[in-house]
Design a protein around this ligand. Structure first.
Ligand SMILES: [Zn+2]
Length: 111
């Protein structure tokens, strides 16, 4: 039976850990697992960036801002379409009446 590491200065500093005379304490094991997860997550992010040609923080911010703008645009289009549909189906408006057509033109979906 080995003794648990002494964690004299920091967890994992016990030289007996190297030759198996001591076993790592729970805190040291938890820290190692946290580091392993962090490395895996960092690698996942780096792989995603590489696949999209993102090589710097500037590129990343630019790509994220573009994505946000695209999502806002998609939301605006869907909202305007929803408004046009609502006018027609809920309020019984003529689908060819000016304000319904204008909503669809603003949405950019139908003329
Ligand atoms: Zn420890």
């Amino acid at each position: 039976m080995t003794k648990e590491c002494d964690c004299l200065n920091w967890c994992g500093d016990d030289p007996w850990l190297k030759d198996g005379r001591a076993t790592p304490c729970k805190k040291f094991l938890d820290e190692q697992e946290r580091d392993r997860v962090l490395v895996a997550q960092t690698q996942e992010i780096l792989d995603l960036c590489k696949a999209r040609g993102i090589e710097s923080t500037y590129d990343l911010v630019k790509a994220l801002l573009k994505r946000v703008a695209d999502l806002e645009h998609e939301f605006d289009r869907a909202f305007l379409e929803w408004c046009a549909d609502r006018m027609v189906y809920v309020y019984g408006a003529d689908p060819h009446v000016d304000y319904v057509l204008k909503l669809r033109r603003m949405a950019g979906t139908r003329s």
